[in-house]
Design a protein around this ligand. Structure first.
Ligand code: CA
Ligand code: CA
Length: 308
């Protein structure tokens, strides 16, 4: 066993809520490992039994919650994704009700893929095609303000954002709505494209190592959470009933952030957004749809901005 604080996959829930009892406590700046189940509650273990082996599986079980000492409402929880280690197999399953192509199916079918390779992992999709992996976290969030939110739904607390930029080496900033923040995560995907159109990624259990720290004051207040730094880009990840609405929220949130971070007025910030920001679809298959708007971090650093 690692002597790093580990929250095992015994501690899962299908809802992120302020009412949840913490599974563990840690200090500001501590490193913690989350052991996660796959989105089918680890119940689909065989292609012959696509409905799975559990009578009442939790949909999208999230491991946690983690109470971070010193995190108070109004702060931001900084979550550095230090590592994502995958189980040695992943699973995908068709749906008759959800996803863009659900009308193609009258019954559910599962496919299990072995994870191959060493440092460069891949799956063998069929006899011809090997596909390299890019592991990501589908569900990650703090306890929302107000009522709890089930782990099938993304919102301002994070949750089921299915953003494939939440990878090893990225840093996610989430709002703190309740003392301790109550961080949970699950629904790892070994690989997923923007949109998640089929309804699933390559669903997989695993171990996520994160460092959590508390950001306070103006540095926290200006971040349009959920906010991500990944591979030289910063992005805000926003969800709404339609892609149009989510895109509008995300673009405006990023523009306001660029204004503050670069010290620009609406006109110059608007021009910079049109020239340099990219709008992308995270997913179109969850109860709310998710869009991210990305902006190059080095441009903000040109104006003296530094990420907290
Ligand atoms: Ca998901
Ligand atoms: Ca998933």
């Amino acid at each position: 066993m690692s002597d790093i604080l580990t929250i095992t996959s015994e501690h899962v829930s299908g809802i992120l809520t302020q009412d949840a009892a913490p599974a563990a406590y840690c200090g500001d700046g501590d490193t913690v490992i989350f052991e996660t189940r796959d989105c089918y509650d680890d119940a689909v273990v065989s292609e012959e039994r696509p409905l799975g082996d559990k009578a009442d599986p939790i949909e999208n079980p999230a491991t946690g919650p983690l109470y971070v000492e010193g995190a108070e409402p109004g702060d931001v929880l900084k979550v550095e994704i230090l590592d994502i280690r995958l189980r040695d197999w992943g699973v995908m399953r068709s749906s008759t009700k959800c996803g863009v192509f659900h009308e193609d199916f009258t019954e559910r079918t599962a496919r299990i893929f072995s994870i191959r390779g060493g440092a460069a992992q891949y799956i063998q999709f069929d006899g011809k095609l090997a596909i390299p992996l890019d592991p990501m976290i589908g569900v990650i969030g703090t306890a929302p303000a107000g009522e709890g939110i089930t782990t099938d739904t993304p919102h301002s607390h994070g949750g089921n954002m299915d953003c494939h930029k939440i990878v090893k080496g990225s840093t996610l900033y989430l709002p703190v709505n309740t003392p301790g923040g109550l961080l949970s995560m699950g629904d790892l995907h070994a690989l997923m494209g923007d949109g998640e159109v089929f309804i699933c990624g390559l669903e997989i259990a695993g171990l996520v190592t994160v460092r959590v720290s508390v950001v306070k004051g103006d540095a926290a207040a200006m971040l349009p959470t959920p906010f991500l730094s990944c591979r030289g880009r910063v992005m805000t990840i926003q969800s709404a009933e339609t892609l149009d609405a989510a895109g509008d929220i995300a673009a405006k949130a990023m523009k306001n952030f660029v204004k503050k971070a670069a010290g620009k007025d609406n006109f110059e910030a608007g021009m910079l957004m049109s020239l340099l920001s990219d709008m992308a679809v995270c997913q179109v298959v969850d109860p709310l749809k998710t869009v991210r708007v990305e902006f190059p971090l080095d441009v903000l650093e040109t104006y003296g901005y530094r990420l907290p």
